[in-house]
Design a protein around this ligand. Structure first.
Ligand code: SF4
Length: 207
């Protein structure tokens, strides 16, 4: 924030790509500033909102008093609904590709694997995704055949080095595999683990 004689500017610095949700974020900051009696006892209004990306700054229209009240009412309702949903012992999962992509517990989330995880055969070449399936057999020093849970077909899973093995007969979930194109093996769906891929064995407790 910059607060001086000329006005109040709130700038949010982003390191990633532009996203319309960032506008909503700075509007929320304007609301918090408007309602903050301690830091803003004079109730100075925000005069500029900026989302700053590596390549450029984007000005966001500043909500007026009426728009702030509307935003406040909408947020109050959303918070009440969220409180209600999480006050039950078993809150409902809301799986979607955007929601789950960065979730750190998706390897444990049955809804994610059932409703969001893609069929490996349908994933475009070179894309990263997650895979679940039963390890059927070892194919080579660094490759294993896994029967995919999503789609039911066999997938050749390549590992980065011979010391990385997959447990034959077990069901696994791997976060972060890359679809591979191999002109010599067009008939196969092939994926490769990276050094950062995470492999989990599925047990009754994690289903
Ligand atoms: S993976 Fe499951 S817990 Fe995580 S965001 Fe998605 S639905 Fe929610």
């Amino acid at each position: 924030m910059t607060v001086d004689e000329s006005g109040v500017t709130i700038t949010d610095f982003k390191t990633g790509h532009e996203d319309p949700s960032h506008d909503e974020q700075v509007r929320l900051y304007a609301l918090l500033w408007a309602r903050d009696r301690q830091t803003n006892p004079e109730r100075r209004a925000t005069t500029a909102l900026v989302v700053s990306y590596p390549a450029r700054d984007r000005a966001v229209p500043v909500p007026d008093a009426s728009a702030l009240r509307t935003l406040e009412a909408s947020l109050t309702t959303r918070i009440a609904n969220a409180d209600l949903a999480t006050s039950t012992g078993d809150p409902r999962a809301l799986p979607s590709p955007d929601t789950c992509a960065f979730c750190h517990v998706r390897h444990l989330c049955g809804d994610y694997w059932e409703k969001v995880a893609p069929s490996p055969a349908e994933v475009p070449a070179r894309e990263w995704f997650d895979i679940e399936g039963k390890v059927l057999r070892q194919n080579g020093v660094k490759s294993w055949v896994v029967k995919s849970e999503q789609g039911g077909h066999e997938v050749l899973v390549r590992t980065p080095n011979p010391s990385k093995s997959l447990p034959v007969g077990k069901r696994i979930r791997v976060l972060g595999v890359r679809k591979v194109e191999d002109p010599d093996r067009n008939e196969l769906v092939i994926v490769a683990l990276g050094n950062g891929s995470e492999t989990y064995i599925v047990t009754e407790a994690t289903r």
